[in-house]
Design a binder for this molecule. Structure first.
Ligand code: PPE
Length: 307
């Protein structure tokens, strides 16, 4: 998707002009993938601009960097304020927020410990991730020929830039085959996740989603949907899911910050359920947008930007 340029980007404590937000080509992250990022949305709610689960996203960023022994030289409170400051500086109402912590310019060689941990925060306007009609009508996807990393290889609980080499292969293959997105299996052949989304399926009103050991990112939207579903009275089961359960499900949907709750109406050309977004998916979409659009925030998930 083309970038919607705005004025300022936050880099190591300062707001710099968009065109000046540059790093050196010998920065460690460029060579060895040593970067960790977040994707967060700020919604224009009925009560003003609000960031969805900012603290949880930042916590995941600190978790990602902790796994890689890359301490962020800012406190969580400082980054929380920096995110809001960046939105305000660009006068945005609704936007996507992309903080990245990365190993910068210092030593050369694999050992990252001599390179600083730099932090940047960019914001831009980003609409529906999987196309305009995706949320309404659903999308067609395939099961990827690429699998997610085996346990104890590359940690999938960290949201590392390097993990997205796997995502890029999944996404490009899906597009080349005429699908919007691909679903990856884990190293054992059970369902893992999409290139940039977690996955859920529904069968007889029970909701299923793979566990963290299935090589997936612990999605903030995933856990939010699990809460919304449980509160709505659905049984939510986190368990290993064989690939064929995708084909026999009544409903399947993706969750993610960018994708929000996107219905899936066909997988590998096999129609899911009735071939259109089902009632459980619809009710969860409604519950989700009731929080982020209407600001009915009983869970305290919203963090207001301009108050
Ligand atoms: N799995 C992966 C691999 C993933 O990248 C995301 C988010 C999720 C699951 C869902 O996580 P969460 O956003 O916390 O619910 N993908 C982000 C990046 C997408 C991109 O193209 O860049 C996102 O949705 O912001």
């Amino acid at each position: 998707m083309p970038i919607n340029k705005v004025d300022k980007i936050w880099m190591n404590g300062k707001l710099v002009n968009w065109d000046d937000a540059k790093i050196h080509v010998l920065s460690h992250v460029i060579h060895y993938g040593s970067g960790w990022f977040e994707g967060i949305r700020c919604y224009e709610t009925k009560r003003g601009s609000a960031i969805f689960r900012l603290e949880e996203h930042l916590r995941r960023l600190y978790d990602s960097t902790k796994i890689y022994r890359a301490p962020i030289p800012y406190t969580m409170k400082q980054l929380e304020e920096a995110v809001k400051e960046t939105i305000r500086a660009n006068k945005l109402k609704a936007c996507y927020i992309r903080p990245v912590a990365y190993r910068g310019y210092g030593d050369v060689g694999v050992n990252p410990l001599g390179c600083p941990v730099d932090v940047m925060i960019a914001v831009w306007e980003w609409g529906a991730y999987l196309g305009k009609e995706a949320l309404e009508k659903g999308i067609e996807v395939c099961v990827s020929s690429w699998q997610r990393p085996a346990p104890n290889t590359i940690p999938t609980m960290a949201k590392s830039g390097g993990n997205y080499l796997s995502s890029q292969l999944i996404k490009m293959e899906a597009i080349a085959r005429g699908f919007t997105e691909g679903i990856a299996l884990d190293a054992s052949g059970n369902i893992s996740e999409g290139s940039g989304e977690n996955i859920f399926l529904v069968r007889d009103k029970t909701i299923y989603t793979p566990p963290l050991v299935a090589a997936l990112l612990p999605g903030i939207t995933r856990v939010s949907v699990m809460t919304l579903a449980t509160d709505a009275g659905y049984e939510v089961r986190e368990m290993n899911i064989p690939k064929e359960m995708l084909y026999t499900a009544d409903e399947v949907f993706f969750t993610g910050t960018a994708a929000e709750i996107t219905p899936i109406h066909a997988i590998d050309k096999i129609v899911v359920g009735e071939g259109k977004p089902g009632p459980v998916t619809r009710s969860l979409q409604k519950a989700f947008f009731n929080v982020v659009n209407d600001a009915n925030d009983k869970y305290n998930w919203l963090n207001f930007v301009y108050d």
